[in-house]
Design a protein. Structure first.
Length: 320
């Protein structure tokens, strides 16, 4: 059996015959370069990014440019060394990921000084825009280079800080944007029955439950299903919440379920951890699960899966 790689991503610089499936080729050859250019545009700004594209076209029209030509043109147009940016995107499988950390407030005379911490949650170091909102309605922005695990942005204002956000214009392509702003709960968008996923909030749809059973009669209740960034690789999203409750109108029996799942990158790029509790037909079931879909180096059998689960139930005289 071939050795399974826990990380299916490959660098953009991988030759076309080095991919083991069309899906990994699509990611490396199309999706990641698009994400790289979007992030580069945010790092340089619209005017400099446009000048870079025009200059690159002028220099290399009807020619066969190499990767180093892209880096050289971008560096000369931007007036700074861009080799580190391109190396992270092209030659590694590093990802961008940032979250809002602690906020420290202090009063210095008539001035409110606020220190907002940016946490780097992935390996890639990038400039990050930090936005601060104040009680008088004003907003200020600072741009910091998040090279360390934690980087501070300092704001001074006559008004008190009421909130903060990082990357407010979505200039960086990252895997999780739920931790990019202040608040006790992650941003959630509630919609009845159907909604279109967005990277800015957890998409939560809800609806009624109504069905008829022989013993309980008509059963009435409601359900909730919340997912963040569902995709082909993560049909349930990289984070999911589910809940439901119903009651029988004839016998008064109550059934419910509550569950949570999230991506756990420590065990693989597609690893998911799950927890689910269900009370139905007089029996309580609770379980934990962990599994991963990995890519193997073989073309004939490119996928391998594994899963672990643990379940508890309070009765054994009923069918599970």
């Amino acid at each position: 059996m071939p050795t399974v790689r826990p990380e299916p991503l490959v660098p953009i610089s991988t030759p076309a015959d080095g991919y083991n499936s069309w899906r990994t080729y699509a990611v490396g050859a199309y999706h990641k370069p698009a994400c790289m250019l979007h992030t580069l545009r945010g790092a340089l700004g619209d005017s400099v990014f446009g000048a870079f594209l025009r200059e690159y076209y002028r220099r290399h029209v009807l020619r066969h440019p190499r990767p180093e030509d892209v880096v050289r043109t971008a560096s000369q147009t931007a007036g700074q060394d861009m080799s580190g940016f391109f190396n992270g995107w092209v030659n590694t499988v590093d990802r961008a990921g940032f979250g809002l950390g602690s906020i420290r407030r202090e009063r210095v005379g008539d001035t409110h000084r606020s220190t907002v911490t940016v946490r780097r949650t992935e390996a890639m170091a990038l400039p990050v825009t930090v936005e601060a909102r104040f009680a008088d309605g004003t907003r200020l922005e600072r741009r910091v280079l998040a090279k360390e695990k934690e980087t501070a942005a300092v704001f001074e204002s006559r008004a008190r800080l009421t909130g903060a956000a990082i990357d407010p214009r979505h200039e960086i392509v990252e895997m999780n944007r739920l931790d990019n702003r202040t608040g006790l709960l992650p941003p959630i968008r509630l919609k009845p029955l159907f909604d279109v996923p967005t990277s800015e909030a957890i998409t939560a749809v809800y609806g009624p439950t109504a069905w008829h059973g022989t013993a309980e009669g008509m059963r009435l209740g409601a359900w909730l299903d919340a997912r963040y960034l569902p995709s082909v690789d993560f049909p349930e999203g990289i984070r999911r919440y589910e809940a439901g409750v119903s009651a029988g109108t004839r016998d008064g029996s109550v059934a419910w379920r509550a569950g949570f799942a999230r991506r756990w990158g420590l065990f693989g790029a597609r690893a998911m951890a799950r927890a689910l509790a269900v009370r139905d037909a007089g029996m309580l079931r609770a379980g934990l699960g962990l599994g991963n879909l990995a890519v193997a180096p073989g073309r004939r059998h490119p996928y391998r899966t594994w899963s672990l689960s643990l379940q508890y139930r309070d009765r054994y005289d009923l069918e599970p």
